[in-house]
Ligand binder design. Structure first.
Ligand SMILES: [Zn+2]
Length: 323
């Protein structure tokens, strides 16, 4: 598995055996299977009435099997959770969307890509920080190879390096934004390509029902998407300010708050000058794929057909190429 890149050698071994629905990689543990088989055989021998089998059941190994059966033997999930560094992701999984590990079953990524993201979630990648302070493999500095200013942690590489901000982070962000734009085009019968990942939004897209502004500066603010559903019949005009962010996975809630408060002045200004209703919708997904609990609700508000897993996949693929 490591030769073919399907398992990062420093990633968590217990997580490897945790079912995929719980965020693990779902391999059956042969040791566990053998153990269960052994316990079942011991149980059978203990309750056997055949004289020869009764004799066998007095063997020490059978006694041991019965005893061990009563103790909770292999629980990989518990072991994974108990680890200080590798287990950090399990704590995050408890506060984010309950379906946040679903991509492991639906995204069908190549095994090496999946392994890389899992290793990053495990904080197991050999960064300068890890080498310098934890593994002590002779790195003379803990600083980032690109910017040479900040400590090179996984968090820094995927979300905090000023040298990457304008380039690859921006592309990742735009990938998510253009997926939403592509979806809106479909909803309002505007021209669009076949695939969301090839979609290149125009600054202004409009028809009689809707006007979509892309990355457009308005009153000194520049929301990613400004969707205006035009008034029809008794329905007033509806303005939606949509802004996207892919922050470090532990700061999802703060980022959502930040986006909402940042666009309040613009929202009030547009409501006053353009009329109708106006709201702000933040779309936030962690760099390593964690979606906040609120994301599903926001996507529903936008009436969008793209699901959380698709957006997660878009982010994860970009993050893996950054790594
Ligand atoms: Zn850096």
């Amino acid at each position: 598995l490591t030769i073919h890149g399907a398992f990062h050698p420093k990633a968590d071994m217990d997580r490897f055996y945790v079912p995929r629905r719980k965020g693990g990689r779902g391999l059956k543990c042969i040791e566990d299977l053998v153990f269960k088989e052994w316990c079942a055989l011991c149980e059978y021998l203990k309750h056997s009435t055949t004289p020869a089998l009764k004799l066998v059941s007095k063997e020490k190994t059978v006694e041991k099997g019965m005893r061990e059966n009563q103790t909770d033997h292999e629980d990989h999930l518990m072991k994974w959770e108990a680890k200080a560094i590798h287990g950090k992701w399990t704590k995050l999984l408890k506060i984010v969307d309950e379906d946040s590990s679903k991509w492991l079953r639906t995204a069908h990524l190549k095994p090496p890509t999946e392994a890389l993201i899992i290793a990053a979630q495990d904080q197991a990648l050999h960064t300068n920080w890890l080498g310098h302070y934890v593994l002590r493999t002779g790195e003379t500095t803990d600083k980032c190879r690109r910017c040479k200013i900040f400590a090179e942690t996984v968090m820094h590489i995927v979300s905090g390096c000023p040298m990457l901000a304008q380039g690859v982070y921006c592309e990742r962000h735009n990938q998510v934004a253009s997926a939403l734009h592509w979806d809106f085009c479909g909803q309002y019968q505007l021209p669009r390509g076949q695939h969301w990942w090839e979609h290149k939004p125009e600054p202004v897209t409009e028809n009689e029902r809707v006007k979509i502004l892309w990355d457009f500066t308005l009153r000194l603010e520049k929301p990613d998407i400004l969707l205006t559903q035009k008034a029809s019949g008794s329905n007033p005009q509806k303005i939606t300010i949509i802004d996207i962010a892919c922050p470090w996975d532990e700061t999802l809630a703060e980022k959502e708050e930040e986006k909402i408060s940042k666009y309040q002045p613009l929202r009030m200004e547009l409501k006053r000058t353009w009329g109708g209703k106006a709201k702000v919708v933040p779309i936030v997904i962690g760099t390593l794929g964690a979606p906040p609990k609120t994301l599903k609700g926001y996507l529903q508000e936008l009436d969008i057909t793209i699901n959380v897993q698709t957006l997660q996949k878009a982010v994860i693929l970009r993050t893996s190429s950054i790594l």
